[in-house]
Design a protein around this ligand. Structure first.
Ligand SMILES: CC(C)(COP(=O)(O)OP(=O)(O)OC[C@H]1O[C@@H](n2cnc3c(N)ncnc32)[C@H](O)[C@@H]1OP(=O)(O)O)[C@@H](O)C(=O)NCCC(=O)NCCS
Length: 160
C-alpha cells in the first residue's frame, strides 16, 4: 500500500472489487468488460491488480491491470473514474506498479495504446515509455471515422 502525494491510496485489489472494476471499465471504454472478466483476472496469479482510493472511499476510483510473464510485464488496462482524472492518479498507480515489478526482477513493461488516445499516449510518454512498433489500422473507427493504429510502447525498468 502506498499513499500518493495527492492523497490517494494505491493498493492491491481482491475479488470483492470485481463489480467496481467492471463499472470503472464500462465508464472508460466503449466495450466494457464485465464482472466475470475481472473475476478471471483476479484469480490469475500472473496478474497484478492495483486500485486507487480517494480519501475515505471504500470503492476504488481507478485501477491498473498488469500481467507478468517471466521477466516481462504488460499493462492490460488502466482506467481512472471520470471525476478523478488529471490529479496524478494514473501516474501514481504506474509508479507503484513499476517499483513493484522492478523488485520482482521484471525488466521490461509493454503496452498498446490507440494513437488517437492523446491523454493516454501523453501519460505513457511522461512515464518514460517509448514507441517500439505500430499496428496499422488496428482499432476500428466509429461510424464514419477511419481506423487508427495501435502504438506498441515499452519501458525498460532498469533504465529509469
Ligand atoms: C488515460 C487516463 C488513464 C489518465 O488518467 P489520469 O489519472 O487522468 O492521468 P494523470 O492525472 O496521472 O496524468 C498524468 C499525465 O498524463 C498526461 N495526461 C493525462 N490525461 C491527459 C489528457 N486527457 N490530455 C493530455 N494529457 C493527459 C499529462 O501529461 C498528465 O500530467 P499533467 O496533468 O501534469 O499535465 C484516464 O484519462 C482514463 O482513464 N481514460 C479512459 C481509459 C483509457 O483511455 N485508458 C488508457 C488505455 S491505453
Amino acid at each position: 500500500m502506498r499513499v500518493l502525494e495527492n492523497g490517494y491510496t494505491v493498493k492491491d485489489l481482491g475479488i470483492d472489487s470485481i463489480n467496481c472494476l467492471a463499472n470503472l471499465h464500462k465508464n472508460s471504454f466503449t466495450r466494457g468488460w464485465g464482472a466475470h472478466d475481472f473475476a478471471l483476472f483476479l484469480q490469475d496469479n500472473k496478474m497484478k491488480v492495483l486500485g486507487a482510493f480517494s480519501n475515505g472511499d471504500k470503492k476504488p476510483n481507478a485501477f491498473l491491470l498488469v500481467r507478468c510473464v517471466a521477466d516481462e510485464a504488460e499493462v492490460i488496462s488502466i482506467a481512472v473514474g471520470p471525476r478523478h482524472r488529471r490529479k496524478g492518479v494514473a501516474e501514481g498507480m504506474l509508479d507503484v506498479a513499476i517499483d513493484t515489478l522492478y523488485d520482482k526482477g521484471i525488466k521490461e513493461l509493454h503496452l498498446e495504446v490507440d494513437e488517437t488516445n492523446k491523454g493516454a499516449v501523453e501519460l505513457y510518454n511522461q512515464a518514460g515509455f517509448e514507441v517500439v512498433g505500430e499496428r496499422r489500422a488496428y482499432y476500428q473507427g466509429k461510424k464514419g471515422e477511419k481506423a487508427s493504429s495501435a502504438l506498441m510502447m515499452r519501458l525498460m525498468l532498469d533504465e529509469i
